[in-house]
Design a protein around this ligand. Sequence first.
Ligand code: MRU
Length: 352
Amino acid sequence: MPSSSSPKPFHDTVRALQWCEQGLRVLDQRRLPNVVEYETFNSAPGVAEAIASMRVRGAPAIGIAAAYGVVLAARQRYRETPDTWKDAIEADLAVLAGSRPTAVNLFWALDRMRSEIGAIEGDPEPTLLQAARFIHEEDIAANRKMGQLGASLLVGAGGVLTHCNTGSLATGGYGTALGVVRSAYRQGVTRIFATETRPWLQGARLTVWELEQDGIPATLIADSAAAYLMKTGAIQWIAVGADRIAANGDTANKIGTYALAVAARHHGVKFMVVAPTSTIDWRTETGASIKIEERGQNELLNDCFARPGSVITAWNPVFDVTPAELIDCIVTERGVVRNPDRQAMMVLADAG
Ligand code: MRU
């Protein structure tokens, strides 16, 4: 991990997921920015728990971690029962699939790993490790491509706002929306704003930490300051990531994204979604059928009310759906879809 004084020529130094002989090294995102600590997981249930507990988070990173989880499952199952490991591993795939519901990249990565399993003869680890590494590398390459495409739309913009954390911590590296911000920064867009992203503070704890590691200056705002920021004219674009994009372009992303899109339309600020095509769920017609994760009340409730007998409860949906008509463009590694709807999105399916 670089120190804040080391040179950062490429504005891209953080890697939250690293494969090593013992298993998957995971940067614990619950402890950032105060503690930078990696933990190694050597089993599929361990990786599932790392996802469920949000040590690993962000749609593409969840998919990549799950792919490495399949490698660990195969290692163990093949060692235990070399003749029946292909049946036994189904239980591990189910545990990984149950770790979080909204990010479709998880299910996409598991499907891809499962499709490798059928043809394997002998020790599965080399084949599956190669497949997981490929998913990881492919994600970084997609992010760089999206960075280029998205930044080209931001040329001449005075400022950009981003929400949640969509950077190296949330992906294989570089990031989706934060990758666009990185690329735009190199092109001279220097007024970068990040929301706090309550209640988990992905913006206040992770995005600004990551930007500081890479020497990119940014201004943090309270979520509730976003509409006023737009009114001041300081930003021309909002760039966000996605956890699942329906076939018509409706986009599930971190709670608060929908409110930003509504306010952006009111203020004439452009709204960009940045996501690899692995985040598009072609089987989901519209955002109405995307499952929205609700997390525990205690992420919201002050300790004072999080006690038995209190009459105060909390509702904690951690994603929302932004309708396609509020999105100006969806940037993917296969190209940019402007004014997304079902028909416009089909270009991406064809490009695959
Ligand atoms: O609950 P999280 O932190 O996993 O939510 C993450 C987001 O909503 C991100 O914006 C999304 O996954 C895109 S990450 C490139």
